[in-house]
Design a protein around this ligand. Structure first.
Ligand SMILES: [Zn+2]
Length: 165
């Protein structure tokens, strides 16, 4: 299993491999979980290393969705998903869109404008701009946590103009 998110994405070489890797949300969620939690799930609120999957359980309001977990610490009981407390949490975009954007950025030696990203992913330009910002935070966060990740090939500069209006 790849040790880091960037290493995992770098192992995908072709568009065909990318399509296979990101074929549905469930697969993308599992992929992202192995990237974010290479040593097992960790509660983002307290750091406790034991949690239970709530999928299919009645949580009072409605049945819990796949990928929802609850911290097993008696003092915490925080409910979280793989994106909770990460830069990806701020949007409602499907995970496959995020993973494709990450992959595209890693493939582009000279950086990728938010306009180009928007066209490629089929999202609005402001959304693509926010995604670029979130992904750079995500990479910086992983770089800080892992300490050893080489991101020389990651675009260091984005065209950061916002859409008019
Ligand atoms: Zn916790």
């Amino acid at each position: 299993m790849p040790e880091t998110m960037l290493a995992a994405l770098s192992s995908i070489r072709t568009v065909d491999e990318m399509v296979e890797a990101f074929r549905d949300e469930e697969h993308c969620r599992r992929l992202l979980e192995t990237m974010v939690w290479p040593d097992g799930r960790i509660c983002p609120a307290c750091g406790y290393k034991r949690s239970i999957a709530l999928a299919g359980r009645d949580t009072g309001k409605r049945r819990a969705r796949p990928g929802l977990y609850q911290c097993s610490s008696g003092d915490c009981r925080f409910q979280f998903t793989v994106t909770t407390h990460t830069p990806l949490h701020s949007t409602k975009l499907p995970l496959r869109v995020w993973l494709k954007a990450m992959w595209l950025l890693l493939q582009s030696d000279k950086g990728l404008s938010s306009v180009r990203l928007a066209e490629t992913l089929g999202v609005s330009q402001p959304t693509a701009w926010r995604m670029g910002h979130a992904l750079r935070l995500m990479v910086a966060r992983e770089n800080m946590l892992a300490g050893t990740v080489e991101i020389d090939h990651f675009p260091s500069r984005w065209k950061t103009q916002k859409a008019a209006g």
